[in-house]
Design a protein around this ligand. Sequence first.
Ligand code: SF4
Length: 368
Amino acid sequence: MSAVFEVEFEQPVGEACNTRHAWARVPAEPSRAERDVLKDRIRRLLVERNAVMVSHYYVHPDLQDLAEETGGLVGDSLEMARFGRDHPARTLVVSGVRFMGETAKILSPDKRVLMPDLGADCSLDLGCPIDEFSAFCDAHPDRTVLVYANTSAAVKARADWVVTSSCALDVVSALKAEGHKILWAPDRHLGDYIRRETGADIVSWQGACIVHDEFKALELELLKEQHPDAKVLVHPESSADVIALADAVGSTSAILQAAQRMDAKTFIVATDNGMLHKLRTLNPGKTFIEAPTAGNGATCKSCAHCPWMAMNGLANVANALETGAGEIQVDQHLGVRARVPIDRMLAFTAALKKGAPVGALVAGMGAV
Ligand code: SF4
């Protein structure tokens, strides 16, 4: 990447990624009695409003459990996108961050998509403004443009492909086999990981996730010494030296599968600690420990929680359903353009799941 992009990149990230604003908007934890009242209210409103909850693994356990209990979904961003598109409910309540709500709206333009807090951002999305990203693309016209789902609708509209961490390696491997050179954005660690794993020719935007960027390899090694039998599960938005210590690397869904598949009793988990709820629920006999984000003497040994994910709570879900607040809007023309690379990803992953050939989907990147 040329220096100019690195310089331009730093400014919007530094300004926009001030997480103090995000933490200030995290709702207070309700009492047990308040939680019960809010859950009953949400259950009633979901029926009255013909709505379904779609929650990410990183949000509060209450929102994960309630989504599943009421027929909704807890999943990674790929699963959320597919579920929201295919579910017959007229309203989707997306507990996660804004790009997830936008993706749901792009795939279901006729549905109402509500979010508990429209201010729930993502450092990757904030760090990849469309004007600078377009200039980056213009500087590399010979490359196929792949963007992570953690981007704005405008950035997706500029891309050839959208991918999530659960399908990025498969898509890039298939593109490489067809001779494509890749322009990747925005997560630098995930881009490096894909390059190492596939050997593809990739130039990468230099964004980072403020949560995964914080895991520390040295501290992780020390923690491993304390738990010599533990297996280490790492999300690929983490740095290369952290990934190098992993027994399994993958998306949130892949981490869940690895924890169930591996016969270890103890796991160290390098991803947002919202994941621990599902990991512990599905694996009652196993122990899950948060990977360290700082060394001895730090005020917080593990601060692995996304402030924007933490903005989602029972009270603002109930309020969104009651009042219609937090409705996601995506410009119609932008949405049509952004849908093309998202549909391409969904068609690719569906074909892969069925064992169908994917070559035609990547060769000319034709209609999906
Ligand atoms: S955990 Fe990281 S990648 Fe996920 S929404 Fe938060 S900042 Fe974005």
